[in-house]
Write a protein that binds this ligand. Structure first.
Ligand code: SF4
Length: 401
């Protein structure tokens, strides 16, 4: 009698094609043609999506146990393709690759007295594999009708779910228990560039869009020339709102002149801006008894404080998470004091201060080149009536008083 090999049928299904996170998992499963699976297990196997989570898990462990018997009643393998490969090659490639890996490994596990007769895949991708002597049969919704596909679907789903539960332990604040990594509203709401993890599929459009979205920054600006370099350097990284707040520039005509120069820079750089209060009285109140301290000393520190606190308050009111100031570009300003006061106000208003000095990368030359090229007014004194050099600019009436 001819020693013919028995035929064996493989069913394949995958899990995790849709989620925004983690690998895609494919499972290939075959029942042993000689040792039948216990009837109660076989009858319980059905469409994994219609089986309760608890029952699915029970079946998963029962199937594993059956595959580990000395005379197994079934064989299976899972092919896992991670999110990095999905990003590099696309989800369709990754799904096929997961199936290919599962086919190779199940082939090694199946007894040498069996021959793979047919491979059935749920779905309509019509994948083909060099490793198989004939093309698989692909058809939609076979996971409900073919026990091999249904079994593969249960194993792929539970295997991936368990993997996801482990990943989720690393990120307890992302609401994973609700969205299970699918693109739900909760998942989308919880995602920011900071909460995107190394397991997210960065090539998926919603994630890509979030990554492309720049964080908002309120940039306090004190004059046109000092706005040039910070705006040029920060605008690729942040969505900037420039805040013109120079409450103590005197005379008022000088204030208007500086504001005009600043507005010209914003226009050139396509930056939106808003104006704060012109509040000389408040400034005088803030520096009472310190009027004649030298520049950079106590008077100036109160002046920085006033500007930084107002900026922090505005960032908070406008729900802008970050703020910083162009005051930090000037070598005439005390950087340590500025950073200390910026952080103090940030803490008070629940926003974050970015301590950036801007004094690098040829900042001064770049600012001068810019202002010359575009005709931006460059002032010659700090701003208040106590600034060194103010006297030359004071209105005549003021000089006399
Ligand atoms: S000199 Fe400049 S920094 Fe100092 S108080 Fe006057 S405007 Fe403010």
């Amino acid at each position: 009698m001819k020693n013919e090999k028995r035929h064996i049928k493989i069913g394949i299904d995958e899990a995790g094609r849709g989620p925004w996170y983690g690998p895609v998992v494919a499972c290939a499963l075959a029942f042993d043609p000689v040792n039948p699976l216990p009837r109660e297990i076989l009858e319980s196997i059905g469409d994994s999506k219609k089986i309760s989570e608890k029952k699915r898990e029970k079946l998963f462990y029962a199937l594993i146990e059956e595959s580990e018997r000395p005379n197994p009643t079934l064989y299976f393998w899972v092919g896992v393709v991670d999110n990095n490969a999905i990003d590099e090659h696309g989800i369709k490639w990754a799904t096929r690759e997961g199936m290919r890996r599962a086919i190779i490994e199940i082939g090694r596990k199946i007894s040498s007295s069996y021959m793979i007769h047919s491979v059935l895949i749920d779905g309509n991708d019509h994948f083909t594999f060099e490793e198989l002597s004939r093309d698989p049969v692909c058809i939609v919704r076979w996971d409900a009708k073919v026990k091999e596909i249904a079994g593969a679907s249960i194993i792929a789903k539970v295997f991936r779910d368990e993997l996801m539960k482990t990943y989720s332990l690393l990120y307890p604040k992302l609401g994973i228990e609700k969205h299970k990594w699918y693109g739900t509203q909760t998942h989308q709401t919880n995602l920011t560039p900071e909460t995107i993890t190394s397991f997210h599929r960065l090539s998926f459009e919603p994630i890509r869009k979030i990554l492309e979205k720049k964080p908002r920054l309120l940039l306090h600006v004190c004059c046109g020339p000092d706005a040039t370099v910070p705006l040029m350097d920060l605008k690729n990284q942040y969505d900037i709102l420039a805040f013109w707040y120079d409450p103590n520039i005197q005379p008022k005509a000088e204030y208007e002149k500086r504001k005009k120069a600043f507005a010209k820079v914003c226009k050139r750089e396509w930056i939106e801006w808003i104006e704060g209060e012109y509040d000389v009285a408040r400034f005088f109140e803030a520096i009472t008894w310190l009027e004649h301290t030298p520049e950079r000393w106590e008077k100036c520190k109160n002046c920085y404080d006033m500007r930084l606190e107002r900026s922090a308050m505005l960032a908070h009111d406008m729900e802008i998470p970050y703020f910083t100031t162009t005051l930090a570009i000037s070598p005439h300003k005390d950087l340590d004091a500025l950073f200390h006061l910026g952080k103090k106000s940030a803490g008070k208003y629940g926003v974050e201060f970015l301590p950036i000095s801007f004094r690098k990368n040829r900042w001064f030359e770049r600012s001068v080149e810019y202002t010359k090229k575009h005709g931006i007014y460059r002032q010659s004194y700090c701003g208040c009536v106590y600034s060194e050099g103010y006297a030359e600019h004071a209105p005549k009436a003021w000089k006399k008083s």
